[in-house]
Design a protein around this ligand. Structure first.
Ligand SMILES: Cc1cc2nc3c(=O)[nH]c(=O)nc-3n(C[C@H](O)[C@H](O)[C@H](O)COP(=O)(O)OP(=O)(O)OC[C@H]3O[C@@H](n4cnc5c(N)ncnc54)[C@H](O)[C@@H]3O)c2cc1C
Length: 544
């Protein structure tokens, strides 16, 4: 067995390590030549930064907004091999993803958990069919398996999911997969990359590529969104890890080039746990229109999704379509006795899959392989696209291997298979919501001693405390109200009304830490509240 390396061994306990202003100083040297420059701070880019830095390469990552602002905060939160891909016969993708699922659980044990999923059977034959299929799924995971698939009696299914639709129910099948918190993992990967020596910056948009006389890329132009200062940075390799935005970077390289990607939207609804109490997740393998639907317990709520809707455009805040919402509510109604209605939706979020555009110009996104692709342009620009959150580490490994060739870097072996992610510990008490901080939990609690007010809940209706806000500003590079409420403490994704209500309090806490004035607070609250409204189906507050 490979010995696990703790990234924390290298940890600097001062805040300088995760301080954006301090990190920015590292960009000031115009002569600095980076081995690897990564554009995009989602799962793919951050994983690549971690891989490159841990191999000892001089690594810079630039994210235009905040880490995981794109698709990487909007997933179904599953660390999975993909039962659907097994059904589609994409065995190599399933094997790769199951292996990566196992490594994720080992290396980020505070955020990834082994979850039991139940497939209810409403046809006499489906119990046997899914037991065989899911036993194969478990077998493909090899030594990193999460647990055997089991056939369940009707009585057991009802006991474990008391709100399941019982009419026509024959029984069920249980199987195991992983469940995690996506944007929290992204932040922890960013921290680990920094601990490994990478320079990782949010609010730095790449606006141009720099080429030498032979047309080979040797740097990027980037703007600090906070100061407006423009930097030209030099690199031996440039990696485009911008998800659905990849075509925009490719256009900078080759203006007029045909679009490579076609976004496919998936939405999720978050509802109260009362609609499906218990610890197990529900998996509907084939909905009325042939899709897969999950109902997954997440931070004491339920995430229901997802859809697969081809779109012609992409944006940073994709909006759920009415038909997608109706589809999820209608399907949930078929399988749960007490099913949510529009008014019960606590939050609704949409994400975009960066899929390869079908060559025939069709809308058949469901059939497009989810495996990742690495493309090297004539200029040397490396683009990594597709894949899954679960396979971020392998995608990063393959990308850095490619960068070694393109940039003629001295070959170094991959380190991330056994590299612990910042915060990782198997000793987590999931009953206390602070478990997500892993090894940082005590440091978060210590802030409550520094200032008693920070020990107070942000709102009596929920578990989150002021210390988490301070922690995120000091140690997790959070810069705005949205960074905190969407991607550090997740309130926007769990309960958008609550996020709307706590906004002024959280803005005041951030302002006190970052020395912002009342003007900043007001602007932040106004912008955030406008965003929070778009995460709800029913107007809030009251009628508008
Ligand atoms: C609905 C849905 C559900 C999913 N569920 C799962 C799941 O349960 N499990 C799983 O394993 N996978 C899941 N996935 C897939 C997974 O979420 C994605 O594969 C992954 O998040 C993609 O990460 P990324 O880094 O490639 O893209 P993104 O997360 O979108 O990151 C790209 C980043 O690039 C930045 N950027 C863009 N342009 C610039 C620029 N000019 N300068 C600097 N930065 C820039 C963006 O701001 C963005 O943050 C799901 C996907 C969707 C859509």
């Amino acid at each position: 067995m490979v010995e696990q390396i703790s990234s924390a061994d290298k940890r600097d306990t001062s805040n300088a390590l995760f301080n954006r202003v301090k990190i920015t100083e590292g960009l000031a040297d115009p002569e600095k030549l980076w081995d690897v420059i990564i554009i995009g701070g989602g799962a793919t880019g951050l994983g690549t930064a971690l891989d490159a830095a841990s191999r000892g390469y001089q690594t810079l990552l630039l994210e235009q907004i905040d880490f995981a602002k794109g698709t990487s905060s909007r997933s179904t939160k599953l660390a999975h091999g993909g039962v659907r891909y097994l059904a589609q016969g994409d065995i190599s993708l399933v094997i790769e993803a199951l292996h990566e699922r196992g490594l994720m659980l080992k290396n980020a044990a505070h955020l990834v958990k082994n979850e039991t999923f139940i497939i209810p059977n409403y046809e006499w034959w489906s119990g046997l069919y899914y037991t065989i299929g899911l036993s194969l799924y478990d077998l493909l995971a090899g030594k990193l398996g999460f647990g055997r698939a089991k056939h369940l009696s009707k009585k057991t299914v009802i006991k474990r999911i008391p709100t399941i639709q019982q009419k026509g129910l024959y029984g069920g099948v249980s199987y195991h997969d992983g469940q995690f918190d996506d944007s929290r993992l992204a932040i922890n990967i960013a921290q680990t990359a920094i601990e490994q020596g990478a320079t990782v910056l949010n609010y730095f948009k790449v606006t141009g590529l720099v080429k030498d006389a032979r047309g080979k890329i040797n740097g990027v132009i980037t703007t600090d969104a906070e100061t407006g200062k423009i930097y030209a940075v030099k690199g031996k390799t440039v990696i485009n890890a911008t998800g659905v935005f990849a075509d925009e970077i490719l256009q900078m390289d080759q203006p007029g080039e045909k679009a490579m990607l076609r976004p496919s939207q998936g939405i999720h609804l978050v509802v109260d746990k009362a609609f499906m109490p218990g610890e197990d997740a529900l998996m509907i393998p084939k909905t009325s229109d042939g899709r897969v639907l999950f109902v997954v317990p997440w931070h004491d709520r339920l995430v229901i999704g997802t859809t697969d809707t081809p779109l012609k455009e992409h944006s940073l805040e994709p909006k759920a379509l009415a038909e997608e919402v109706d589809f999820i509510i209608r399907t949930a109604n078929q399988y749960l006795i007490k099913a949510p209605e529009h008014k019960d939706v606590l939050s609704m979020f949409a994400g975009l899959r960066p899929l390869a555009a079908p060559q025939d110009g069709s809308d058949k996104t469901k059939e497009i392989s989810r495996s990742h692709k690495i493309i090297v342009a004539d200029s040397g620009l490396i683009t990594i696209t597709g894949g899954k959150w679960t396979t971020y580490r392998k995608m990063a490994e393959d990308t850095v291997n490619k960068a070694i060739v393109v940039g003629k870097l001295t070959k170094q072996p991959v380190k991330t298979k056994s590299l612990l992610i910042h915060g990782s510990t198997p000793n987590v008490d999931r009953k206390n919501h602070l478990y997500v901080y892993g090894t940082d939990r005590d440091a978060v609690l210590a802030l409550c001693k520094e200032n008693k007010d920070w020990a107070q809940k942000l709102d009596p209706r929920a578990e989150f405390i002021g210390a988490e806000v301070i922690w995120a500003v000091r140690n997790e590079m959070a810069r705005t109200l949205e960074d905190i409420l969407a991607r550090r403490v997740r309130i926007l994704f769990l309960n958008a009304r609550l996020a709307y209500d706590v906004a002024p309090k959280v803005a005041a806490l951030i302002a006190s830490e970052l020395n912002h004035g009342a003007d900043w607070e007001l602007k932040q609250v106004t912008a955030f509240r406008a965003l929070a409204k778009t995460y709800l189906l029913v107007p809030y507050p009251g009628k508008v």
